[in-house]
Design a protein around this ligand. Structure first.
Ligand code: SF4
Ligand code: FES
Length: 543
C-alpha cells in the first residue's frame, strides 16, 4: 500500500499519498487551487505561477503543482500574499489578452474569465495598446488558434509532444514575442488533435466544429461510452438543452473525454470525438416501414411488428426453428444481446445466430487508444452468445435457400459483400427484418424496417476489449418514432405471444449477473460511472 503523510491545508487536517502534489492533495480537502499550466495527464512544468501557496517555514510562495506533500506540512492557499500573487498573474496575463469574451467560444468554461471574476483587479492600471497577434488561424482539420488569447501555459505543446507524440506545436520566439504556433510546414493533424481544445484553459485553441454553434451554458451533459471501437473510451455527451428544430439546430453538439484511468485516461481520439455527427445525421431511420408493391412504405409500429411476428410464426410452424436466423451485432449492448438470446434462442429455439463480421481493411491498433475492432461490445457479444456464428456463413445459407426468416440487427452487410450477390442472397429469404438506426443498402433490401435508437438515446452496458463493463446513459430521446432495441424486442415478444420479458436495462443486467458467470460479481449500481472488471478479465487491464 502507498505510504501516506498527514498535513494541514487551510486548517483542515488530511492524509495524502506520499509524493502527491499539494495542488492534488488540496482536492482531497475540497479545496481547488487556481492553476493553468498544471494538468494531471501531462508533465509538470510549474511555469504559470498561478498556483502559488504559502507553506509554513518556506520564505517565499511555493508552486503547489510542483511541491510534493510532506509530513506535518502546513499549507495556506488564501492568505493575502497568495491572493495578491494570483491577482498579479491575472493582471499580467490580461495585459495583452483581448476582451472578446462575448464572442469567444470558451466563455462559460474559460479559466481566465472564471479566475478573473473571482480575483479581478477590475480597474485597469495601464493605458498601453495591446499586442496584436494572429487571430482565427486554422491549425488543422479540427482546431483553430487565436494567438492573442493564449496564456502560454504550454499544455497543448506538452500534449502533442508527450501524448500524441507528433510534436506539431511549439512556443515560437522568446520573451514578450513568444507565441504558440505550428512548426513551419506542419499542420495540427494527428489522430488526437481535438484534445488540445479541451486542454486549453482559455479560448486560444477552439474546436472548429463547435465554434459559434452553442453557448456552453445551454448544454446538458450525460455520461456515456464511445461506441467507435473496442476501447470503450469514457465520454460525456453534451446536448443542447434548448434544441429547436426550426433553426436547423443539432441535438448533440459535442463529445468530450471523461477521465477513466483504467480505460482512456483523459483523452479520446478524433475519430470517436467527431462521430457524434451520426447521431443527428439525415440518414437516421425515424419511422417503421413495410415492403409494399416493390417499395418500402411507412407503417405503424403495430403493423410492422405484426408483419415481422406473423412471418416468424409462419416459418417456425412450417419449418421449425431451423428455418429462422438472427444476425446480432457487437454494436448491441449486453442487455440487448441478452434479451435477443432469451427471445430468439431460449424461447423460440432458433440456433442459427451469427454476429461476427469482418473489420474494415483500413482498421488498425495505434498503440494509444484506437483499436482495430470498430465495435464497442465484441467481448460482450461473445460472452452472451458463446461461439456466435460468422455473418458471412449466414449470408451463404441465405443464398442457399435454407433461411426463411432473417432478423438483422444494425449490420450494413453491403460494406463487405458484393451488393448484387447480397441482394440475390436476401431475395431467397421470405422475410428479412432490419432493425437499426441508419438507412443503408441492407435496410433497403429488407421487408420490414424497424427504426432503433443509438447509444446516445438509451441506457445499457458494453464490455470493452480489456473486460471492463461500462454503463452509458441516454442524453437525448430517439428521433421520430424510433424506439430502443429493448423496447422493440419486448413489443415483438408480445406480438409473438412469447413474452413477457424483463425489458429494462437495469433489470436485464440483474438477470445477466444471475445467469452468466462472467457477470456474476457485478450489479447495475456498482458499475457506477467508471465501470467494473468482468469476473474473468484476467491481467489484460493495462491501457
Ligand atoms: Fe496554453 Fe491554450 Fe496557449 Fe496552448 S494555446 S499554450 S493550451 S493557453
Ligand atoms: Fe503551478 Fe502553473 S499550475 S505553476
Amino acid at each position: 500500500m502507498r505510504e501516506s503523510v498527514s498535513l494541514t491545508i487551510d486548517g483542515q487536517e488530511i492524509r495524502a499519498p506520499k509524493g502527491m502534489a499539494v495542488l492534488e492533495a488540496a482536492k482531497i480537502a475540497g479545496i481547488r487551487i487556481p492553476h493553468y499550466c498544471y494538468h494531471a495527464g501531462l508533465e509538470v512544468v510549474g511555469s504559470c505561477r498561478m498556483c502559488l501557496v504559502e507553506i509554513e517555514k518556506s520564505p517565499k510562495l511555493q508552486p503547489s503543482c510542483a511541491t510534493p506533500v510532506a509530513e506535518g506540512m502546513v499549507v495556506r492557499t488564501t492568505t493575502p500574499q497568495a491572493i495578491e500573487n494570483r491577482r498579479s498573474v491575472l493582471e499580467f496575463l490580461l495585459a495583452n489578452h483581448p476582451m472578446d469574451c462575448p464572442v469567444c467560444d470558451q466563455a462559460g468554461e474559460c479559466e481566465l474569465q472564471n479566475y478573473y471574476m473571482a480575483h479581478g483587479r477590475f480597474d485597469a492600471r495601464h493605458d498601453e495598446d495591446k499586442t496584436k497577434r494572429k487571430k482565427a488561424v486554422v491549425l488543422g482539420p479540427h482546431i483553430m488558434l487565436d494567438q492573442e488569447r493564449c496564456i502560454l501555459c504550454t499544455r497543448c505543446v506538452r500534449f502533442t509532444r508527450d501524448i500524441a507524440r507528433t510534436a506539431e506545436l511549439g512556443v515560437i520566439s522568446r520573451g514578450h514575442r513568444s507565441v504558440i504556433d505550428v512548426f513551419p510546414g506542419r499542420e495540427l493533424n494527428n489522430a488526437y488533435s481535438g484534445n488540445v481544445a479541451d486542454l486549453c484553459p482559455v479560448g486560444a485553441l477552439t474546436d472548429r466544429d463547435f465554434r459559434f454553434q452553442c453557448r456552453v451554458w445551454f448544454l446538458g451533459s450525460a455520461p456515456s461510452i464511445c461506441p467507435g471501437c473496442s476501447r470503450g473510451c469514457n465520454i460525456e455527451i453534451h446536448y443542447n438543452r434548448r434544441f429547436n428544430p426550426r433553426y436547423h439546430d443539432r441535438r448533440v453538439h459535442r463529445l468530450k473525454p471523461r477521465w477513466n484511468p483504467e480505460v482512456n485516461g483523459f483523452w479520446i481520439c478524433d475519430e470517436g470525438r467527431y462521430a457524434y455527427r451520426a447521431i443527428d445525421a439525415p440518414d437516421r431511420l425515424k419511422v417503421p416501414a413495410l415492403r409494399r408493391e416493390g417499395g418500402l412504405r411507412r407503417a405503424s409500429w403495430p403493423e410492422a411488428l405484426g408483419e415481422a411476428a406473423g412471418a416468424l410464426q409462419g416459418v417456425l410452424e412450417a419449418f421449425g426453428p431451423g428455418g429462422a436466423a438472427v444476425m446480432v451485432s457487437p454494436q448491441m449492448s449486453d442487455e440487448e444481446l441478452f434479451l435477443a438470446r432469451r427471445l430468439f434462442g431460449e424461447r423460440l429455439g432458433i440456433e442459427r445466430i451469427a454476429g461476427r463480421a469482418p473489420a474494415p481493411a483500413s482498421a488498425f491498433d495505434d498503440g494509444l487508444l484506437v483499436r482495430a475492432d470498430k465495435n464497442p461490445n465484441t467481448r460482450g457479444m461473445n460472452i452472451v452468445f458463446p461461439g456466435v456464428g460468422d455473418c458471412r456463413d449466414l449470408i451463404e445459407a441465405c443464398a442457399g435457400g435454407s433461411v426463411r426468416y432473417l432478423h438483422i440487427f444494425g449490420h450494413d452487410l453491403a460494406r463487405w459483400n458484393d451488393p448484387g450477390r447480397l441482394a440475390e442472397a436476401l431475395r431467397q429469404v421470405e422475410c428479412v427484418v432490419f432493425e437499426g438506426a441508419w438507412d443503408s443498402p441492407t435496410a433497403r433490401l429488407a421487408d420490414v424496417v424497424l427504426p432503433a435508437a443509438v447509444y446516445a438515446e438509451k441506457d445499457g452496458t458494453f464490455v470493452n476489449f480489456q473486460g471492463r463493463v461500462q454503463r452509458f446513459e441516454p442524453a437525448v430521446p430517439p428521433p421520430g418514432e424510433a424506439l430502443t432495441d429493448l423496447d422493440i424486442l419486448a413489443r415483438l415478444a408480445s406480438a409473438l405471444e412469447a413474452g413477457p420479458f424483463e425489458s429494462t436495462a437495469s433489470g436485464l443486467f440483474g438477470e445477466l449477473a444471475r445467469r452468466v458467470p462472467e457477470f456474476s460479481s457485478l450489479t447495475w449500481q456498482a458499475l457506477g460511472p467508471m465501470g467494473r472488471w468482468l469476473a474473468d478479465a484476467g491481467n489484460d487491464h493495462a491501457v
